[in-house]
Design a binder for this molecule. Structure first.
Ligand code: AMP
Ligand code: GLY
Length: 420
């Protein structure tokens, strides 16, 4: 099989690495990929939002299957576009991708199918939103409707903060805004729950918890994710059944009532309040860095799993996992998530020796004359599997210290809830 993976982050390098171990795979193309993927695949410099160019390349190279990593092309309808040419694509279609593309779409689905979620209101202009906020309870949560790369969410402690959030959203900080969403603040512990689906059969794809804030103790600015661990400490059979029965199945029923279905990975961002799951958000893809954290635990052939999803044969596959714990730390460029230097040489990376339980996945890197350069904010993901989260974290730290890259920084407290 010739496979193309769309995207350039740590998630896509983890998918490419895992797929490369499959005997089904002849060749991998990463569009556009990074320095890590260039070692196991052909990187293709191309704008992933130019669907006609993508289609031409996929046809010219006789690619059998396309895996879409990030949300933007999914929300823009890449699956529908490529499927009209009979290309096999792993990922949800445009209607289903609204689960991530529009928070209001998801909230309305929750309302219609009784899916537990924070109470909410939708407001179409500044005046109505502020009128409601005059007498609202605090803290509350204000969200832009559209994709905002994880940034369109404000936790507001008082009227002043909430008014500012409403101003910024309607003034177009996250693109044109027709509405804002104002939500009740849920107090609990977050957990990410993943499934994989072929449109009919759904299987669990493990749990994780990420750390989104840049500073230790989960403080400072929001980022794409500074690290993660898997499994979540909250998961149990009882909780998993509640998540499936109260959240996942009614969501898939809602899509079916809209005349469509869900194929791909689905990531439910949950708040667990007294062992009850509430949906905070859906993402129509794997998480980053959750994907890098979870895939090293997978024992079953990923190419076979994905191909079976595209052939509606997921029911025939038994997905197996190691029992080990996995922990991932993201090494970032100093200054991230604000400004940072680009094209900084990372020495020593090719000399790091890894044992079979240690993994490095690239994110913002490029390869030039056999040297590695940091080009992005999140640069490298270090993962370790172990019987114990503390051991896993210690191994990750040893690996990062061996690299000795002084252009980078990382959080030393990833997984503190499962370690201290
Ligand atoms: P979202 O982009 O919707 O996942 O929101 C980003 C982050 O904001 C989440 O990971 C939560 O930490 C927090 N958050 C969002 N909605 C709520 C809510 N209703 N109650 C408490 N925290 C929330
Ligand atoms: N780690 C959060 C995300 O992928 O959205």
């Amino acid at each position: 099989m010739r496979i193309a993976i769309i995207g350039s982050g740590g998630r896509e390098h983890a998918i490419a690495t895992t797929i490369s171990k499959s005997s089904l795979i002849k060749e991998i193309f990463c569009i556009p990929g990074n320095a890590g993927t260039s070692k196991i695949a052909t990187n293709v410099e191309m704008d992933i939002n130019q669907f006609d160019e993508l289609h031409k390349y996929i046809k010219d190279k006789f690619i059998d299957l396309v895996v879409v990593g990030p949300e933007q092309p999914l929300v823009n309808g890449i699956v529908d576009y490529l499927e009209q040419f009979n290309i096999k694509v792993f990922g949800p279609n445009k209607i289903a991708s609204q689960l991530e593309g529009s928070k209001i779409f998801t909230k309305k689905l929750c309302q219609k199918y009784n899916i537990p979620t924070a109470n909410f209101g939708i407001f179409e202009n500044k005046i109505d939103a502020k009128k409601f906020l005059e007498n609202a309870k605090y803290p509350n949560v204000i969200k832009a409707d559209n994709l905002a790369a994880g940034k369109g969410v404000y936790i507001c402690n008082n009227k002043q903060e909430s008014f500012m959030a409403v101003e910024e959203i309607f003034d177009g900080k996250f693109g044109e805004a027709k509405n804002v969403l104002i939500e009740e603040f849920l107090e609990g512990e977050e957990m990410s729950y993943f499934i994989i689906s072929d449109g009919t059969t759904v299987k669990s794809f493990e749990t994780a918890q990420d750390h989104k804030r840049v500073l230790e103790g989960d403080s400072g600015k929001n980022t794409g994710g500074m690290g993660a661990y898997s499994p979540s400490r909250l998961i149990s059979n009882d909780l998993e059944n509640k998540i499936l029965d109260k959240i996942i199945k009614p969501t898939l029923k809602g899509l079916s009532d809209l005349g469509t279905e869900y194929k791909g990975f689905l990531y439910a961002g949950l708040m667990i309040v007294e062992n009850e799951p509430y949906l905070i958000e859906y993402n129509v893809r794997m998480g980053d860095p959750e994907c890098q954290t979870i895939l090293p635990k997978l024992k079953t052939d990923l190419a076979e799993i994905i191909d079976s999803c595209c052939n509606k044969k997921l029911a025939d596959i038994n997905i197996e996992w190691t029992n080990k714990k996995s922990l991932c730390v993201v090494l970032c460029s100093k200054g991230y998530p604000d400004t940072y230097q680009k094209n900084v040489l990372i020495k020593n990376l090719e000399n790091l020796s890894l044992n079979e339980d240690n993994f490095i996945f690239h994110a913002g890197t490029k390869n030039e004359n056999d040297k590695f350069f940091a080009t992005g904010g999140r640069v490298l993901n270090f993962i370790s599997l172990s019987d114990d989260f503390l051991k896993a974290r210690n191994e990750v730290h040893q690996c990062i210290e061996k690299l000795d890259w002084n252009g980078g920084f990382y959080r030393r407290d990833i997984g503190y809830k499962v370690i201290n």
